[in-house]
Design a protein around this ligand. Sequence first.
Ligand SMILES: [Ca+2]
Ligand SMILES: [Ca+2]
Ligand SMILES: [Ca+2]
Length: 450
Amino acid sequence: MVANDATVQAVTVPRLGLTAANFWSSGSITVPGSERTLSVSGPAAVVVRHRNDELVIGVADPSRTQETVTVEYEHYTDGIVSTDSAVGVTQFRPGVTMEVAVGGTRGATHSATFDAPVTELSPRADTFVRDGSYSGDNYGSWSSLVVKGGPTGYSRESYLAFDLASVAGEVQEAVLDVYGAVTDDNGGASVDCTVAAVDDDSWTEDGLTWDTKPDLGSSLGSLTVTRERRWWREDVTEFVQTAASGDGIASVALRQPNDERYASFDSREADENPPSLRVTTSRPDTTALTPTADTFVRDGSYSGDNYGSWSSLVVKNAATDYSRQGYLTFDLSALSGSIDEAVLYLYGAVTDDSGGDAVDCAINAVGDDSWTESGLTWDTKPDLGSALGSVTVTRTPQWWTVDVTEFVQSEAGGDGVVSLAVQQPQSGLYTDFNSRDADEKVPTLRVQTS
Ligand SMILES: [Ca+2]
Ligand SMILES: [Ca+2]
Ligand SMILES: [Ca+2]
């Protein structure tokens, strides 16, 4: 149970990567130990599930009282896999923000799925050590990891080492999970157990003793462990990032610097609930390309003008003088391997002054790459090739994605430069996408290779 009050009731099941929350009003919860918050702008039932490299967020408004609910989850994702049409993703990295149009949907659940590769590691070694007359003893084969402060002869510290070799991609988040409780005979409801960095990874599971234990580094956080047997989590992202770019082994220790209350956690030898390190990474072999050039062009009396330095790509199909089309170029030369998938990400919305809330925007192939950002005009624009896909853009600013895999594959095998156009096939609405000259949320071609 994460929360149970007038605002929210929530539960989390770390082993299933699952958190479920019923918010009775706007509010937020912090998923225990991870320091990651889940917040909503109004009443909503939210289910978050992170398994098998996918983070799924489902949202419903059982109260049926709202038009939209904003949901924020402070968790890294690397890209958007799919969204329900009622869900607008306004941010997916470094955390998720989504606008969910719950109005008129009779309390139905709307969900979005994100790419969030996760590697769950078991310790390569774990043990505890004990001081005083036990200082030469090793407990590496025990099914528990004991932690206790206190007078000489009673102090225990636990050590865990994780091998990061199987973690591919850049580490974005890392959470240590240990399962256990305070079991002290002498009373006391809870105890603070500090998680400390250990720089020396040369210790072994069957060799480590109090006499030989390595020095402890900085504190990575503290777990306030109670008598309830459950999972305890600590965000150790920065430490694991450092270890991943260093020797590839992350060792940590658990100790009680200020208390002496026997706490016992399941070790990797336990029948169930062994410690784990959950590492979320960027997708290995995925490259996010930004345009090497982008601009839009306008017809009629503006047909000789260039808009290459604008922070937006304006698109509209209308009467003469009011039509605009966007153009983008991506350079594939930094990629290696073969291309499995290429998805264009554009951020924007319909901002037309007249009526109409949604408009189809098509992405077309452009064969001629010789145009320049500062030179292209309506008069000089290249011919449009075939339509590769389209999106129905609404007034809610968000990321729009179009799969352009086949064209990018063919260009990779050709001149290595991908030019695309954005245009409205039918009479349209003023639509404003961020260009590469915007401060954030610039166009991106997300390419997976192998
Ligand atoms: Ca062990
Ligand atoms: Ca530009
Ligand atoms: Ca080309």
